[in-house]
Design a protein around this ligand. Structure first.
Ligand SMILES: [Zn+2]
Length: 593
């Protein structure tokens, strides 16, 4: 499950548009596959009577290093799951006769070989004296440099000395942070924010001087698209020399060479074909994500720890359940409808694997009648399981009643209506597919290194798996039981008010639904909430926001940064493009409830 404190890009997207935002990370070009390393032998872990626990013990073993998407641990986990599906005689359904649906994703950025910086005849060493940033444009410049102070802009303020500097065609040298906080990381003082504004004012390039004690930033985790100008950070060791050169209007030669890096990601998909000549072309999906947080960091609730985050409950438990549900159904009478078993990667980063499958389905997605998701089903207390999604189809209550009645030891099912939530079922509900999401609640070890297999409630896990298998059976088997599903639609959370945004947007409220589809520039609005500040200020669906509160908006990230720079009751100018014209609209920001 994704935590409310989401990885950077997830705080900025509505769940509704998760696939489209995710599409920006997908790489269209082919890149070489990682060298294959051998995986740990699951021998010790599988040598127990309880198969589901054996899966968890392997998947949550320290040797799988937390199964972070794109890593060796995730590759070994996927290999293990596929071997299980193969062993029970399921058909490969990941495409190309494989159990794997493989795709490549942007991982970050790295330096190419051509980087160079020469100012006033002095050559500076890349990697020690300076570095281009991960979102820098690649380029080759010979330009005058000009000193721009902190480069913070206050549009409309006549004392804003910065607005009086002519930047056009020049390389501007800026201080890091802001005057009250030299190491500042406030939104307006980030290099990305500053560089975006410089770019908008015609600067040809940006050099940011690091404050004392700050190491040069790493490019590894950079996901953002390149700006249109070169942007670099200069070490504090040489900052004085460059500041002086800027004040003398020296000439700089800058060559930037930054390359996006990619990683391989794999969903594991297996088919149990149905037997009914008509119903076999309809599918029920039973899924769970198998990835977790690796060595922590972004998404961890112990963010300073570099210990393995084993994710036994989150979500080796759901993965183990899917494997054992598959085994039970494959061993029983053939279902009428087909069942597609899927384990997803990249869930913790923002539902990447499930978003990819619905974008590139390996079977006709229109024929999927329902999706059952299991995420964190290993910590049952008492006899309680929470199931979300009852508001997504009329038939769920009845089907659940039947399934519970079939249980040897019935569970207490807390029924919640929500079809949108912080796990992979959301990707399917967005596509109009009825969903259920099984969950045995969060706990003190959630998203921490202590989420270990020893704390799993094995009996509880078996019973949730049994319940899910029974629901699947009612959905797939028998002429009377393969019920048609009647979709119920819910209002999706919008980007500015959804559960994913509580930590991302601050107190101010605008009421827009951003379009997450990548575009060349600006932030297009898919919608405006009726009666919201955006609505009252005249914003319309289809408007492309290019500037907000004095900050240039080139993409979703900058839009979020600009929104964060506002406070409730602020009167904010928003420049939009509408029907080929630029309009300035004035909006009074509201307060988030
Ligand atoms: Zn999680």
């Amino acid at each position: 499950m994704i935590h409310e404190k989401l990885p950077s890009q997830m705080t900025k997207m509505s769940l509704r548009n998760v696939e489209a935002a995710f599409a920006a990370l997908l790489l269209a070009f082919a890149t070489p596959t990682l060298a294959q390393e051998t995986c740990p032998n699951p021998g010790d872990a599988t040598n127990v009577d309880d198969r589901a626990m054996a899966h968890i013990r392997y998947l949550a073993d320290d040797r799988l290093e937390g199964r972070e998407v794109g890593t060796r641990g995730a590759r070994c986990a996927a290999d293990y799951i596929a071997a299980q599906f193969r062993e029970m005689g399921l058909e490969p359904a990941g495409g190309d006769d494989s159990f794997f649906q493989t795709f490549r994703l942007r991982k970050g950025s790295e330096l190419g070989n051509a980087n160079a910086l020469v100012i006033g005849g002095t050559q500076y060493a890349v990697g020690s004296d300076w570095t281009p940033l991960g979102f820098s444009a690649n380029g080759r410049l010979e330009r005058e440099i000009v000193y721009g102070g902190h480069g913070l802009s206050q549009p409309g303020n006549p004392d804003d000395r910065y607005t009086h500097i002519d930047l056009s065609g020049k390389i501007v040298v800026l201080e890091w942070g802001d005057p009250v906080d030299a190491h500042g990381v406030s939104t307006r003082s980030t290099p990305h924010s500053k560089a975006t504004i410089m770019e908008g004012r015609g600067a040809a390039g940006v050099l940011v001087l690091a404050p004392e004690g700050m190491p040069l930033p790493s490019l590894e985790a950079e996901y953002r698209a390149a700006l249109r100008v070169p942007v670099a950070v200069v070490s504090n060791d040489v900052a004085d020399a460059i500041r002086a050169a800027a004040n003398e209007s020296s000439t700089a030669n800058v060559v930037t060479d930054v390359r996006p890096t990619s990683m391989e990601a794999r969903n594991v998909v297996a088919l149990l074909p149905g037997s009914d000549p008509e119903l076999r072309d309809e599918y029920v999906i039973v899924g769970a994500h198998y990835d977790h947080l690796g060595f922590g960091g972004d998404g961890s609730l112990a963010p300073d720890s570099r210990d393995v985050h084993n994710g036994a409950d989150d979500n080796a438990s759901g993965t183990a359940a899917v494997i054992e549900i598959a085994r039970a159904l494959a061993a029983g009478p053939r279902p009428d409808r087909s069942v597609l078993f899927m384990t997803f990667t990249g869930e913790e980063k923002g539902l990447w694997g499930s978003a990819y499958w619905v974008m590139e389905p390996t079977l006709a997605i229109d024929d999927v009648v329902a999706m059952l998701n299991l995420d964190m089903v290993g910590r049952m207390s008492e006899d309680n399981v929470t199931v979300f999604g009852f508001g997504t189809a009329e038939e769920w209550d009845e089907i659940m009643d039947l399934a519970i009645a079939d249980m040897r030891r019935p569970l207490q099912v807390a029924r919640a209506p929500d079809g949108y939530g912080a796990s992979d079922h959301t990707s399917f509900y967005v596509e109009g597919i009825p969903v259920l999401h099984f969950f045995t609640n969060t706990h003190a070890d959630y998203h921490r290194p202590s989420d270990d297999w020893q704390r799993i409630n094995a009996d509880g896990l078996h019973r949730v798996a049994e319940l899910t298998a029974l629901v699947t059976a009612h959905l797939t088997a028998g002429e009377t039981q393969a019920v048609p599903m009647t979709l119920l639609e819910q209002r999706p959370p919008s980007a500015s008010e959804g559960p994913s945004s509580t930590s991302g947007y601050g107190d101010a409220y605008l009421g827009t639904v951003p379009d997450m589809t990548p575009r060349d520039s600006g932030m297009r609005l898919n919608g405006v909430t009726a009666g919201s500040p955006a609505d009252l200020g005249g914003l319309l669906a289809g408007d492309v926001v290019v500037e907000l509160n004095g900050m240039a908006v080139g993409d979703l990230y900058e839009y979020t940064d600009a929104l964060r720079s506002t406070k409730p009751d602020d009167v904010v100018d928003i420049i939009v493009e509408r029907d080929g014209e630029r309009l300035t609209l004035t909006v009074t920001m509201g307060r988030r409830n």
